[in-house]
Design a protein around this ligand. Structure first.
Ligand SMILES: [Zn+2]
Length: 217
């Protein structure tokens, strides 16, 4: 199963990708996590990416494509994968198609998560995390027992720079402008499936399974 999950930041792609990848026995390949790890490790790639990420801008294609090419060449990606957060632009989608062709593989489906903008803002700006133990919270969805304080270790919770409202609005604008053309790209190739990204996590997962089963031989 070779899938691409498309959707704006906060659409819930990551949660679904993690669960379904485990169910299908393929790796979840999340460029966001790969980039954050590179930034935290202060690698050459991470230093390059940091400035873009802090401004809410997209990291340049050549950086991301290099990262993906390395990842798809690893043995665990031979049986399939769930790509989460990539591609984000047409050049990235074209690069992915070339990479898969070189590997003798084909994409099965591109799943688009539809979520309204007010809902995305609510989800993203409410996220908090603990700088000490990495626990994550949401001010509405999963609040700590005491506001602003980590349940596990008592540290003051922080908001990621790219979850502040100004940055979130920029991220959503950048997303719409640069990623929306991807929907046309995959629709023209008969690969696009749209899934409602609001509602119970389990029912969203059911819709994704249905969209994927539809292409199974
Ligand atoms: Zn903590």
């Amino acid at each position: 199963m070779r899938l691409v999950f498309l959707g704006p930041p906060g659409a819930g792609k990551g949660t679904q990708a993690r669960e379904l990848a485990r169910e299908w026995g393929v790796p979840q390949i999340a460029t966001g996590d790969m980039l954050r790890e590179a930034v935290a490790a202060d690698t050459p790639l991470g230093r390059q990416a940091r400035g873009y990420m802090e401004r809410g801008a997209l990291v340049p294609d050549d950086v991301i494509i290099g990262l993906i090419a390395e990842r798809l060449a690893q043995p665990d990606a031979k049986r399939g994968f769930v790509l989460d957060g990539f591609p984000r632009t047409i050049p990235q989608a074209e690069a992915l198609a070339r990479l898969l062709e070189e590997l003798g593989q084909q994409l099965d489906r591109a799943i688009f998560f539809e979520v309204s903008e007010p809902e995305l803002l609510r989800r993203l700006t409410g996220r908090r995390s603990c700088p000490t133990c990495q626990a994550t919270y949401h001010v509405e969805g999963a609040p700590p027992r005491r506001a602003g304080v980590c349940d596990r270790c008592g540290s003051a919770l922080t908001q990621r720079e790219d979850d502040r409202e100004v940055t979130v609005r920029t991220r959503l604008g950048v997303y719409t402008e640069q990623t929306a053309p991807l929907l046309d790209y995959y629709r023209r190739r008969g690969l696009l499936a749209r899934v409602a990204g609001e509602g119970a996590i389990e029912s969203i997962r059911g819709s994704i399974r249905q969209a994927v089963e539809a292409v199974r031989p």
